[in-house]
Design a protein around this ligand. Structure first.
Ligand SMILES: Cc1cc2nc3c(=O)[nH]c(=O)nc-3n(C[C@H](O)[C@H](O)[C@H](O)COP(=O)(O)OP(=O)(O)OC[C@H]3O[C@@H](n4cnc5c(N)ncnc54)[C@H](O)[C@@H]3O)c2cc1C
Length: 415
């Protein structure tokens, strides 16, 4: 314990106790043991449990699941995770009477495991939080807002609201898309806002979903039906911003009618089973992922269009890579903020997230268009893809997060 009045010192301070920050705390503490001290701070008093709980559910890839399993988080979450065994893709206008399925594929990896699991964000948060709470070397400090920091050859000092300070060897910003610490570090972002809003709600439907996720590409954006446990599904729906505002202002029957229009009749009658929430959508990519004794992870480093459900999976890739490089440095006798280790982290992660951000941006532009020529080309492309099992397997591997140079945690191996 620091002397009274002295600045508390940790090996690593993580700002942001959401998905990326909590997972990093678990990963570092598991790899480096009880003497390695970690603080995870958050500006909200009870992070993840705000007055309006997160209504989203996330599509977690098989590799993210493997990491959560190694960290002892998956067993706390498993009962609420719905495996997805197949995916259907359609591409029609909103008023089309018939919605032919253009592409359908089995969503299982070569190891016969589901490539994707749908997990309510609230359950994921609870599981990560429970895992951190039982880890004595991780201190959760909240509410505490990180304002800025100074780093030197010997360490980093983080200034918090109310005049408090923390000292560390490494500072990690996991403080989301508007990262205050990224700004304090002078790291610029490239990116843009989409003229679209993400609408999320949960519905109950009459007939079983059969573990099949559906992606309807509509001209104003994709409408995804993500199966949950029971006859329920999370809707993640991208809509033109002006139309979204109109829809969000409707009363429940009016809102449900809009959902039904897009949902299709295959699963029988649909009722609302949760609140509706909305998010402005944007793409951003930090120009650098590291500074002196400083690293960015998760949405603080990158934000992608949600159409492929990959933002959180990219965040977990950051976590797994950072745990690996920091652990290797510490085991070799270097300190956790070692510059070479951080450079390796940046090389590992920045290119991969830049490619993902550009791919999802391109897909959004390609599908969010009603130009007849584009529509026909898409239909032809998806129809051809449907007849190419090798290519479909490639896409399943991508969705499962099993391609590229994987950190050990994403292979399901402890560091
Ligand atoms: C509509 C929608 C649907 C999505 N669906 C999926 C999906 O299916 N699959 C998927 O992989 N991804 C999905 N995503 C993306 C995913 O939700 C994000 O990538 C993920 O939440 C990022 O987590 P994070 O921990 O990096 O940041 P956040 O969850 O934003 O957490 C940041 C934390 O930092 C705290 N904080 C902020 N500033 C400070 C400060 N100054 N000091 C201290 N604490 C601070 C906040 O209180 C918060 O707790 C979706 C996104 C949207 C918008």
């Amino acid at each position: 314990m620091p002397a009274k009045g002295a600045t508390p010192r940790f090996d690593v301070v993580i700002s942001g106790a959401s998905f990326a920050g909590l997972a990093l705390g678990c990963g570092l503490s598991q790899a480096l043991g009880p003497t390695f001290t970690i603080a995870v701070i958050d500006r909200t008093a009870r992070p993840g449990t705000t007055a309006t709980p997160d209504a989203r559910s996330s599509a977690l890839s098989a590799s993210s699941k493997r990491m959560l399993k190694v960290l002892g988080v998956w067993s706390l979450l498993e009962n609420e995770a719905q495996p997805i065994s197949s995916i259907e893709i359609t591409d029609t206008s909103l008023d089309a009477g018939v919605r032919p399925v253009l592409l359908t594929y089995d969503n299982v990896t070569e190891a016969e495991e589901p490539a994707t699991f749908i997990v309510p964000n609230s359950a994921l948060y609870r599981a990560l939080r429970a895992a951190v709470d039982r880890t004595h070397s991780v201190a959760l400090i909240a509410p505490a807002e990180a304002l800025d920091f100074d780093s030197s050859e010997t360490g980093v000092r983080v200034r918090l609201s109310k005049g408090r300070e923390l000292a560390a060897s490494l500072l990690v910003a996991a403080d989301g898309r508007h990262s205050a610490l990224r700004e304090a570090a002078g790291i610029k972002v490239v990116g843009w806002s989409y003229p679209q809003i993400g609408i999320v709600t949960t519905v109950r439907h009459e007939r079983p979903h059969g573990a099949c996720a559906v992606q309807h590409f509509l001209p104003s954006g994709p409408f995804a039906i993500l199966p949950l446990k029971g006859n329920r599904a999370c809707i993640t729906w991208t809509e033109d911003a002006r139309e979204a505002k109109r829809i969000l202002a409707l009363d429940d029957p009016g809102f449900l009618a809009e959902v039904e229009k897009r949902f299709g009749g295959k699963l029988g009658a649909v009722t609302l089973d949760g609140p509706r929430q909305s998010w402005p959508l944007e793409m951003h990519l930090a120009r650098r992922y590291v500074g002196r004794r400083f690293a960015l992870i998760g949405d603080a480093a990158h934000g992608v269009h949600p159409l492929a459900g990959q933002g959180l999976n990219l965040a977990f890739r950051d976590v797994a890579a950072l745990v690996e490089v920091v652990t290797e440095a510490v085991r070799l006798g270097f300190d956790p903020g070692d510059a070479q280790a951080l450079d390796r982290y940046e090389r590992w992660r920045r290119f991969d997230s830049a490619v993902s951000a550009a791919t999802f941006d391109g897909l959004n532009r390609l599908f969010a268009s009603d130009v007849t020529l584009l529509r026909s080309t898409r239909e032809l492309g998806l129809g051809l893809l449907d007849r190419m099992p090798m290519l479909k397997r490639f896409f399943v591997g991508e969705a499962a997060g099993l391609t590229g140079e994987l950190p050990r945690l994403l292979k399901g191996k402890a560091v």
